[in-house]
Write a protein that binds this ligand. Structure first.
Ligand SMILES: C[S@@+](CC[C@H](N)C(=O)[O-])C[C@H]1O[C@@H](n2cnc3c(N)ncnc32)[C@H](O)[C@@H]1O
Length: 270
């Protein structure tokens, strides 16, 4: 099977992509090659990537380009569908999806501002078919002063909020406060690129299941011989004030452990 890099090099018109994208794209896009999918790319510029997608996915794929620059319309003569509009306009997206319906893949390689990337994601996520992908390129913009970053409103900050909401499906004590994400099955981070897999069939509230196998009497060693084990044993007996006192000590011990973890957290050498 050909690589996306081969299709990129073959394209007659110019395209700009970060070289680290190619192995990531081959990993996530192979499943769509040769299928009659619909793909939207925001950001047409010189047109080169439209030809790359056509070569990579095959003739049965419908390739749609979106750009703010009306000049992009010229690529319709080559058989692509082109829509002109501002990706930071919610109205633009409403109109577009009304016209084109659901799509399989949306790639955001437009203007890369926080607002553009966030509006695009918020709007497109409702119009991507189950099993489809929403890909945001050049997410290094979230770390660039040119884009007003770092900011708590950067695209990557937004993606981190989605991670919180994804864990909201579990329904644990603190995560339950986050409304669960209902369209997004998974989030993958690559260098400068974030990929959301959309699948509503797989995003129901999770529940614990057992395989019904034989359970032998085996102790869980999570807290074995630790301060926590001793404290936990004290929370099961005695007056409720005593029990809540030991629960408070557990809380303090967990905070102390977090503090000790701080040095690991601050040193990223992975
Ligand atoms: C990085 S280039 C696209 C490169 C192309 N995808 C490629 O791979 O070669 C960015 C494009 O996004 C378009 N763009 C910038 N801001 C936009 C916006 N708000 N809405 C739609 N398109 C926008 C620009 O006109 C430009 O053509």
């Amino acid at each position: 099977m050909k690589t996306l890099r081969e299709s990129f090099d073959k394209s007659k018109y110019m395209s700009y992509k970060q070289d680290s994208y190619f192995p990531a794209y081959d990993k996530i896009l192979r499943q769509f090659v040769g299928r009659p999918i619909t793909i939207v790319e925001v950001g047409v510029l010189y047109g080169g990537s439209l030809f790359m997608w056509r070569d990579y996915f095959g003739e049965s794929a419908t390739i749609i380009g979106v750009d703010f620059n009306p000049e992009a319309k010229k690529w319709e003569a080559e058989g692509f569908k082109i829509y002109i509009g501002d990706q930071s306009s919610e109205k633009f997206w409403d109109g577009l999806f009304k016209e084109i319906g659901s799509v399989d893949i949306l790639i955001d390689d437009g203007g890369h501002t926080n607002r553009q990337q966030i509006v695009t994601l918020r709007k497109a996520v409702h119009h991507i078919r189950d099993g489809g992908l929403l890909i945001v390129e050049d997410t290094h913009a979230s770390y660039m002063s040119e884009f007003g970053n770092p900011s708590r409103y950067s695209f990557i900050s937004f993606a981190k909020r989605i991670i919180d909401h994804l864990h909201g499906r579990y329904g644990g004590d603190l995560v339950a406060a986050k409304p669960p994400a209902r369209q997004i099955f998974s989030v993958e981070f690559f260098e400068s690129m974030t990929v959301f897999t959309i699948d509503r069939r797989l995003t129901k509230m999770s529940e614990f299941v057992t395989n019904g196998g034989i359970s032998s009497v085996t102790e869980d060693y999570r807290y074995k011989n630790s301060v926590l084990e001793k404290l936990r044993n004290r929370t099961w007996k005695g007056h409720r004030f005593i029990r809540s006192f030991y629960k408070r000590l557990i809380w303090l011990e967990l905070r102390r452990q977090n503090f000790l973890t701080k040095s690991l957290f601050n040193k990223i050498d992975v």
